[in-house]
Structures are given as structure tokens and as C-alpha cells.
Ligand binder design. Structure first.
Ligand code: FAD
Ligand code: SF4
Length: 510
């Protein structure tokens, strides 16, 4: 039966069972489309990375004798709309059966199931064969429970997949070494040079320009530095094991003015496009640790594996458990707009300047920059989560809604009322100083609260707690913060609030 099979831009899994056999009756299709480049304004490097990886994947399939139809962004045949492209190919090629891989995004899932309902030929959707868990597994795991604690899910994953377990107990005696993952990087431990791919993307860049796609961010290196093939992704993973894993956990939360990546793996882009699977990653890290890792402490390995089998799978499960409603949640009723400097980095707040500049220059910021700098600021200034989502979904090369939304709206903005985070991730300047050297070079003084040169995070923090008392005052984990607030002199709080209101009303003056 003549079959058309769709491969989406984030389904580049060459190990998928689809590709095990060559079948002349099977036609694969891949499309670069304006519906994908324009649903949010993306970072230029993100669009480049997707198109370059897709084009390479198409070449790899063809070299293995699979039949592939690929629509580039400026091809005249390209309708720029998924359903229309598919209809065109079905009609033109006498297709009798259509198949696709379950998308990870709700938006595409809806589009494809609606498309199939209107088809006059048969159709089928199958697993993309990437994640450890199925879409619905997490929902079932937490069924009937009041809280959706990641830690419970993570421990279950460790047991179920026998990862870092000895005789039913966690290897090393502890489930979690989070507390030892909080060191500041002071320059004493050398950070190895980065593994930098030099993918030539001239043709992709010129096609994007010709199409007039509107993007944010910069692309100054002229070559794309993240992995765009499975082989490159495996190479990046090997490099991570050999050079970075040894201190991954130690400096996971650290930030520094001169260092963008520290000991982070830079694997999210490759994993989210499915060039490699989380199983590849976890197994390679474990093998390395067993065979060569006598100098590596288990806390580094556990810290890394927790991100993959814990946080990554958990975020996806939460997405599928709560979509589509999740995308509309705004429990803290925040309605302000993001300041202009999120698109320029032009602010005197050094922490924000660095986190935003990294993002604009590299399409990258590591977790704590996303959570405790940009996210913290957006939450303290009570920004509308729709605005925050749009920025995060656009700016990072690894941003795909299933992982961006739950991290941003949930973990970072507490807009889900505490489904993902048991308390809001907010802090004053002292946390930022504890984890970085940003404050040492800042126009503002981290110790001051209301003076002209006072760190804006300080007044914003107390103002936030005061304004959100109704929603957060009864949160057990916020008890200490509220008791400190209660002890504050009314006149001091008034001054802090006055200062915070000025920052919120005039963010671009800071
Ligand atoms: P490393 O620090 O080396 O971590 C290894 C891997 O663990 C990552 O590649 C990633 O696959 C996984 N991981 C770590 N933390 C998380 C997490 N919280 N959720 C899911 N996976 C995780 N990650 C994305 O992949 N896409 C996003 O759009 C995204 N948006 C985020 C938005 C906010 C507000 C926050 C706080 C976090 C977001 N994250 C997102 C999670 C995390 O910041 C990135 O996965 C990480 O920074 C990617 O860099 P890395 O590969 O060097 O990660
Ligand atoms: Fe950021 Fe405040 Fe530190 Fe400046 S002083 S870097 S604004 S936390």
C-alpha cells in the first residue's frame, strides 16, 4: 500500500523502527514551513539549527535509500501549511495510507488528528520512540495524589529503570545530592574549552533571509555550533563525559560574567530534536562513570541523571497531563509587560544584562540563569505569563512547547498555583550574589534596599511577597519569608513598595 510518512522537525530519530527497512512503497516527507517559523518569533540560531538538522537528516535518509520529499522554505510547491502540504502530496503521489509520529506539542497533535479525521484514506500515529515514559504515564503515576512532586516521580523512574540502584536502594545511600550542587564558581577550577561544531549553514541562512522570516538574537559566528547530526550529538556527549561531568553537579547552579556554559552539557538542542535519546545519554554517562569514572563523585552523575530521567520526563508528563488548560493559567494574576531590555540586554542590572546577552548571542542560558535571573525578575515584576512564555519559547535553541511551557509558566512563574514548584522561585539580590560574581561588577549595590543605587531585586522581592499574600501567605514553605515580612516596620515596607512600584512602572530606566 502506497504510504506517506511525516517526519516533523523535532523527530530526527534515525534509530526509529521506521527506518530499519527500506520500502519502495513508503514515501517520507519533511517540510520547512512558515506555520512553524512564525507561531512565535524565534531566535535566528534556532531556525538555522532546525533547518540545518532537518536538511542533514533528509540527506542521511536518502543515502540509506529511503524515498524522501523535502520542501525547503522557499520551494514553490511549499504551501507553508502542514495540512495543505500533506494533502498535496497525498493527491499527487496516489497515497493510500498516511502515518505520523505522535508530536510532542499539543498544537501539532491537534492539527494532525483533525487532518486525519478528514482524510478519505486510512491513517495511523505511532510513538516517536524517544522518551522513557509515555505521554500519559505521569498522569497515571500521580492519579489521586494532591501533589505532583518531581522527587517522587524521579525515585520511581530510578527504580523502574534500575538506574543508580543497588539491591533496591539508591547507589551511594542517597537519592539526591542536590545540596552538594550549589557551589559558586570562583575561577579556581578550570573550565575546559567548549566542544564547538563548525557547521556550515550559509545556504540555510540565505534561505531564511530570502524568505523574510522575522527572528530575534544574533548569529555572528557564521557557523552553527550545536550538534546537527546524531554523530555530532554523540561526540558532544562523549566530550561531556570526559571533560565536564566531573564538576557538573558542583557548579550546576553557578553563574559567572565570563562563562556562558560552565560545566553544562549543551545537549538540550540535540535531545529535543531527537538526534539522540535520553536513554543514549543516561547509558553513556553511566558507562563512562563505571569504566573511567573513579575520579568522579556519584553526586555529579546523580545530579546529571536527575535532569534527564527526572526533570525532563516529568516536565513532559506534566505538559500532557494538564494541556490545553495549562497554557492559560495565571494563578497569581500577573499582567505587566516585559521590558524592552529583554530584547537588547540594555540594562544596568548586571545579572540581567549577562543572562539576556548570553541568550541573544547564543540562543542559550543555563537553567539557573533562566530560573533565577530572567524568570525571577519577570515574576517579581508580576509579568503576564503569556509574555514570559513567548519570550522563552522564542529565544532558546532548545525551546519546544512541551518543555518550555512547564518550565516557564510552571516552575518559573508559579502561574499553575504550585503544581510544579512547591513555592515560587523568587529571590532578592543576596541569592544572586551567593551563586555568581554578577553583583561585584554591577551599577547597583546588592546590600542596599531603597537608595538610588539599591539592587532592584531587593525592593521587588518584598513588594512581591506583600502583594501576593492572599495567594502565598498560607504556603507552608513561605512561612519564614512571611514572618520576616510581618516583622518589618510599616514605614520600611512602604518605602520598599514605593521603590518597587517605580521599577515596575519604569523598568527601562534601570
Ligand atoms: P544541562 O544543564 O547540561 O542539563 C542536561 C539536560 O538535562 C538538558 O540538556 C535537558 O535536556 C535536561 N534538563 C535539565 N533541566 C531540565 C528541566 N528543568 N526541564 C527539562 N529538562 C531539563 N529546557 C529545554 O530543553 N527547553 C526549554 O525550552 C527550556 N525552557 C526553560 C525555561 C525556564 C524558565 C527554565 C527555568 C528552564 C528551561 N529549560 C528548558 C530547562 C533547562 O534550563 C535547559 O534544559 C538547559 O539549560 C539546557 O542546557 P544544557 O543542555 O546545557 O543542560
Ligand atoms: Fe543583579 Fe542586584 Fe546583583 Fe546587580 S546587585 S547583579 S541587579 S542582583
Amino acid at each position: 500500500m502506497k504510504t506517506l510518512r511525516l517526519i516533523l522537525g523535532d523527530q530526527l530519530n534515525i534509530k526509529h523502527s521506521w527506518f530499519k527497512t527500506i520500502d519502495d512503497d513508503v514515501l517520507y516527507c519533511m517540510f520547512e514551513m512558515r506555520q512553524e517559523t512564525d507561531y512565535v518569533m524565534h531566535h535566528i540560531q534556532k531556525v538555522i539549527g532546525f533547518f540545518a538538522s532537518m536538511r542533514q537528516f533528509c540527506e542521511d535518509l536518502k543515502s540509506k535509500n529511503h524515498q524522501v520529499i523535502y520542501f525547503k522554505i522557499n520551494d514553490t510547491d511549499n504551501t507553508q501549511i502542514l495540512a495543505d502540504n500533506l494533502s498535496k502530496l497525498i493527491e499527487r503521489n496516489g497515497i493510500e495510507h498516511f502515518e505520523y509520529l505522535f508530536p510532542d506539542e499539543y498544537r501539532l497533535d491537534e492539527q494532525l488528528s483533525a487532518f486525519c479525521q478528514n482524510l478519505s484514506i486510512t491513517s495511523k500515529a505511532i510513538s516517536a520512540e524517544h522518551f522513557y515514559t509515555g505521554r500519559k504515564d505521569l498522569g497515571l503515576f500521580f492519579k489521586g495524589k494532591k501533589q505532583y512532586l518531581m522527587e517522587n516521580f524521579y525515585r520511581d523512574m530510578r527504580k523502574m529503570h534500575d538506574i543508580l540502584m543497588v539491591a533496591g536502594q539508591p547507589e551511594g545511600g542517597k537519592w539526591n545530592y542536590d545540596k552538594s550542587n550549589r557551589n559558586k564558581w570562583k575561577g579556581d577550577v578550570e573550565i575546559p574549552a567548549y566542544k564547538w561544531f563548525k557547521n556550515n549553514v550559509d545556504e540555510v541562512v540565505s534561505d531564511i533571509e530570502k524568505a523574510g522570516i522575522k527572528t530575534i538574537g544574533k548569529f555572528e559566528t557564521q557557523t552553527f555550533s550545536y550538534p546537527i547530526t546524531r554523530l555530532q550529538a554523540l561526540d558532544q556527549l562523549k566530550y561531556f563525559c570526559e571533560h565536564l561531568l566531573v564538576h557538573f553537579g558542583d557548579y550546576q547552579d553557578a553563574m559567572h560574567t565570563e562563562e556562558v556554559y560552565l560545566f553544562h552539557s549543551r545537549l538540550s538542542f540535540a535531545m529535543n530534536l531527537k538526534l539522540i535519546s535520553p536513554k543514549d545519554v543516561v547509558q553513556t554517562v553511566l558507562n563512562y562513570y563505571r569504566n573511567h569514572g573513579s575520579h568522579i563523585h556519584i553526586s555529579q552523575v546523580e545530579g546529571f541523571i536527575r535532569q534527564i530521567i527526572g526533570w525532563r520526563e516529568y516536565m513532559r508528563g506534566m505538559y500532557w497531563a494538564f494541556m490545553p488548560k495549562y497554557k492559560t493559567l495565571n494563578e497569581l494574576e500577573n499582567h505587566n509587560t516585559l521590558p524592552d531590555f529583554f530584547w537588547t540586554g540594555n540594562t544596568d542590572m548586571n545579572c540581567l544584562k549577562h543572562a539576556i546577552t548570553n541568550s541573544l548571542e547564543n540562543g542559550y542560558a543555563h537553567h539557573i540563569q533562566r530560573l533565577m535571573i530572567t524568570g525571577n525578575y519577570a515574576l517579581l515584576t508580576q509579568t503576564n505569563p503569556d509574555e514570559v512564555d513567548a519570550w522563552y519559547l522564542g529565544i532558546y535553541v532548545d525551546a519546544i512547547e512541551w518543555v518550555q511551557l512547564t518550565n516557564t509558566r510552571g516552575m518559573s512563574q508559579y502561574a499553575d498555583g504550585g503544581k510544579i514548584a512547591t513555592k515560587p522561585y523568587v529571590s532578592s539580590g543576596s541569592y544572586i550574589h551567593k551563586m555568581s560574581n554578577y553583583c561585584d561588577h554591577c551599577h547597583y549595590n546588592k546590600n542596599k534596599k531603597t537608595e538610588d543605587d539599591a539592587c532592584p531585586f531587593n525592593s521587588l522581592y518584598w513588594n512581591f511577597l506583600d502583594e501576593k499574600r492572599e495567594q502565598l501567605g498560607n504556603n507552608f514553605r513561605m512561612k519564614m519569608m512571611y514572618s520576616l515580612l510581618d516583622k518589618m516596620k510599616a514605614s520600611d515596607l512602604e518605602q520598599l513598595k514605593h521603590k518597587a512600584q517605580h521599577i515596575i512602572a519604569h523598568p527601562n530606566e534601570y
